[in-house]
Design a protein around this ligand. Structure first.
Ligand code: PEP
Ligand code: MG
Length: 567
């Protein structure tokens, strides 16, 4: 058994084909006719770009528009004047085209690799991919062609570059195993888009796995099992079938409204981290965005993103949602979310320290940039502002005051925005669960952040293995917190949703229905499953179960009760 990164979910069972990369070795030599050598390079570049554009066109229909953009990005990068200029300058000095390309592109690659930003490091992989493509053209060799594999193939390869992935015929590939790459690499993104189970970063996979071997690719747990025994094979075959059957059954819920068995309407929303995630949300039939974690915009940047940059990102999401609600959480920095350029001083207890709304209110000028961008984007859709880590009424009042200041400024500057933009709060602190009635009078909506609420209520850090048993929303303390937040919101007539992981827990769904929760916001893959669970309960049945759940005294009792009642 080999361990790697679980990059694309699903179980793949098939026959290994180790993809051998072409021999791109060459003998460096000096050239006399540098003009002819430059022309040879230009021709190779042109052919590479044409082939890549053709792959991108093919990819638009076989994978998706966003993934095809990666290939178009290769063309743009290959034609980059700085890169091309440096290669030509090297050829003019008498270096052969192959050597000039290799040396120059490696220099660019190393430059990107040395940057802190993940986006730039991805660029390094693109440069390496481009080098392979152009070098193959110069040497007259073919790069790996994955379009002609037999059905049921488990591709094992050192690195699956975007250009190789573009040629994959999805119906023939059971799984993908690579020796490098993480969850955010382009290969992982494309494997997920193609819905092919993938395990990346399995060290020495190409040496350990051989052509013709049977292999199981467990994309859930990041495991590869070579030559499984009969029992393991039978187990995994069953798991694969169950997974496929469940996925197919869930298709029946696509395009359907989210309603309880007795017809009460709910909202199935999605959590996203960037505008690029919207496609995945809509593909999985999200009706709204329940949480846009805006801090990723800040984490991906080298310095504070400008009002214009933020406005563009928020506008993009609002437009894509075509008038459906988009809840954008303002900067939730601190705790486990570090943003180096903000230069926050290391604290003894960061989870109880200078974070989220505390930081923002203390840096009102920075915060106003975000609020102005959100307001301006609200002219393009139903954007709602959500404030994280609220512990007292003073905080939400202060944010609302700032929003009013921003509105005045924007009005004066002639910008359009939604005058009635909603400002809601994440109820995720123990304090908020104690005063939900007071907060409900100030906020336009609640969204329960159970990830933090569980931790703060139980005083248990989820990263600490020794006390992991305490980090559970089945404890009566957490259930009561959730119940009181929902009921206070419902009483005040505001929308109550949940965007923590508990929103996707099918055991908890009936309790949330019973207490009157309206919106469930989950990650994209959980949307259809949660819609299905909601459809299985009537409010009356759910209330009956909830009444029993609140009588329980331990987490174990609660869980056993919910498991026994699960449909
Ligand atoms: C939460 O705390 O439940 C939540 C959704 O926010 P995050 O996980 O980003 O802290
Ligand atoms: Mg949180």
């Amino acid at each position: 058994m080999y361990e790697g990164v679980n990059a694309s979910e699903g179980i793949g069972i098939g026959t290994v084909a180790v993809a051998v990369e072409p021999d791109l070795t060459f003998t460096p030599h000096t050239v006399e006719d540098t003009e002819a050598e430059k022309a040879r390079f230009d021709k190779a570049l042109e052919t590479f770009c044409k082939k890549t554009e053709a792959q991108a066109e093919h990819m638009k229909t076989s994978v998706g528009e966003a993934e095809a953009e990666i290939m178009y990005g290769h063309v743009t990068l290959a034609q980059d004047p700085e890169l091309g200029g440096a290669i030509k300058a090297s050829i003019e000095g008498g270096t052969c085209a192959e050597q000039a390309l290799t040396e120059t592109s490696t220099m660019f690659e190393n430059m990107f690799l040395s940057m802190d930003d993940e986006m730039f490091r991805l660029r390094a992989a693109d440069i390496a991919d481009i080098r392979t493509g152009i070098l193959a053209e110069l040497l007259g060799r073919e790069v790996v062609d994955l379009s002609v594999l037999p059905e049921g193939t488990v591709i094992v390869i050192h690195d699956l570059t975007p250009s190789m992935t573009a040629t994959i015929d999805k119906k023939n590939v059971a799984g993908i195993v690579t020796e490098v790459g993480g969850r955010t690499s382009h290969s992982a993104i494309i494997a997920r888009a193609l819905e092919i189970p993938a395990v990346l970063s399995v060290s020495n996979a190409c040496g350990a796995l051989h052509n013709g071997m049977t292999a199981i690719v467990d994309g859930f747990r990041g495991l590869v099992i070579a030559e499984p025994d009969e029992k393991t094979l039978a187990e995994y075959t069953q798991r694969r079938e169950d997974f496929i059957a469940e996925k197919q059954a869930l298709e029946a819920f696509r395009g359907k409204p989210t309603i309880t068995a007795d017809g009460f309407k709910k909202i199935m929303a999605c959590n996203i981290g960037s505008p690029d995630d919207v496609k995945g949300a809509l593909d999985q039939d999200a009706e709204a965005i329940g949480l846009f974690r805006s801090e990723f915009l800040f984490m991906d940047a080298k310095s504070l993103p400008s009002e214009e940059e933020q406005f563009e990102a928020y506008r993009k999401v609002a437009v894509a949602l075509k008038g459906a609600p988009v809840i954008i959480r303002t900067l939730d920095v601190g705790g486990d979310k570090e943003i180096p350029y903000l230069k926050l001083v290391k604290e003894e207890n960061p989870f109880m320290g200078y974070r989220a709304i505390r930081y923002c209110l203390d840096n009102a000028d920075e915060y106003k940039v975000q609020l102005r961008a959100l307001l301006r984007a609200s002219a393009f859709g139903d954007i709602k502002i959500m404030v994280p880590m609220v512990t007292c009424v003073e905080e939400i009042r202060a944010v609302k005051d700032l929003v009013e200041v921003c509105k005045d400024e924007l009005r004066e500057e002639g910008y359009k925005f939604n005058e009635d933009i909603e400002v809601g709060i994440m109820t995720e602190t123990a304090a908020s669960a104690n005063i939900p009635d007071l907060l409900a009078k100030e906020a336009d909506f609640f969204s329960i952040g159970t990830n933090d609420l569980t931790g703060y209520t139980m005083a248990a850090d989820r990263g600490n293995d020794k006390i992991a048993y305490l980090y559970s929303w089945y404890y009566p303390a957490v259930l009561r917190a959730i119940k009181s937040i929902i009921e206070a919101g419902v009483k005040e007539g505001i929308m109550v949703g949940m965007c923590g992981e508990a929103a996707a827990d099918p055991l908890l769904t009936p309790l949330l229905i019973a207490w009157g929760m309206e919106e469930f916001s989950t990650s994209a893959p959980s949307i259809l499953r949660t819609r299905k669970t909601i459809s299985q309960w009537t409010v009356e049945e759910a209330k009956e179960l909830a009444d029993k759940a609140v009588q329980c005294t331990t987490a174990e009792e609660v869980k056993a009760l919910l498991e026994a009642a699960a449909k």
